[in-house]
Design a protein around this ligand. Structure first.
Ligand code: ARG
Length: 290
């Protein structure tokens, strides 16, 4: 009796196992690119390559995680549209800002879209797409703060996200050895510290600061713009230095979405207005906006 039970058990287990193996095989054999774009003739036989995209998804409204943990935002919509036009496939992987450039250099990520400002220094170690967004640093302070310009931050405690252009400008203002610069792993963490009173100001990209202030009225922040002190910045998509093939596909996509109006639509979906900035304007369609 016990013997029969054992045999029946083994038989069932065997069938289950066989089933699992079948499922596993079935999964592997399923066409990998049902949703692939048709614009990649070279890969007609081989499964199309899916490029791995690094993004620091703590940067609303550009790149962030929704309630379901999915990476969403302006950059995601933009790159998906770029990839479709450029004829390639992408997969987003949340990547901490502090390791993001290394992940590209080491080949763990094929490209980065993370509101990355194109700078001469970064251009030494990576290649950038044509710019897709104009930005500038913006100061966040408590509503009752006396800060009126960037120079007023010289002796104050200032929060920044480590290694960002915000970090760069504040380091330049206060000096490399300043102990008044508080560096955070993410921009929202720096802004939380401002709310808690641990710093007197935060300097970060305007789009993110504006979004945070608008969505956190209880924090009682205000923003201070200083276009005389801050240089205009432009975001680009980064690829490993020398990856001309991928860069060409990306640029093809970037140019195409600017030209056909999809850039404006994505911009409007996120920011509620038409783009007016030069980097954003379509080559010949600027008359259509404001
Ligand atoms: N634009 C700034 C820079 O390139 C900040 C970008 C930070 N992006 C992010 N997803 N945390 O330095």
């Amino acid at each position: 009796m016990a013997h029969q039970d054992t045999r029946r058990f083994l038989k069932t287990a065997g069938m289950l196992l066989a089933g699992l193996v079948l499922v596993a095989c079935g999964k592997q054999e399923a066409p990998p690119a049902a949703a692939a774009s048709a614009a990649a003739p070279a890969s007609a036989a081989a499964p199309a390559k899916v490029y791995v995209v690094g993004t620091d998804a703590a940067y609303a409204p550009f790149e962030f995680q929704n309630e379901k943990g999915e990476i969403v935002g302006f950059s995601v919509d933009l790159l998906n549209a770029v990839a479709e036009k450029g004829g390639f496939q992408v997969k987003f992987v949340n990547t901490p800002w502090e390791g993001i450039f290394n992940s590209l250099g080491q080949g763990d990520r094929d490209l980065l879209i993370s509101s990355i400002t194109i700078t001469d220094e970064r251009k030494q170690t990576m290649d950038f797409s044509n710019p897709y967004f104009d930005a500038i640093q913006l100061i966040a302070v408590k509503a009752n703060s006396k800060v009126a310009k960037f120079d007023d931050l010289k002796k104050l405690k200032v929060g920044v996200q480590t290694g960002t252009t915000g970090d760069e400008v504040v380091t330049k203002l206060q000096g490399k050895t300043s102990t008044n610069i508080k560096r955070f792993e993410s921009t929202p963490l720096a802004l939380k510290e401002l709310e808690a009173g641990g710093v007197d100001a935060v300097v970060a990209d305007n789009g993110v600061v504006i979004h945070y202030v608008a969505n956190n009225p209880d924090a009682k922040f205000k923003t201070v713009a200083d276009t005389k002190s801050f240089a205009p910045e432009q975001y680009g998509i980064a690829v490993k230095k020398g990856n001309a093939e991928l860069l060409a596909m990306i640029n093809k996509g970037v140019d195409a979405i600017k030209a056909d109006g999809s850039y404006s639509a994505i911009f409007k979906k996120t920011f509620g207005t038409e783009p007016t900035a030069p980097a954003a304007a379509a080559p010949a369609a600027s008359a259509a906006s404001s």
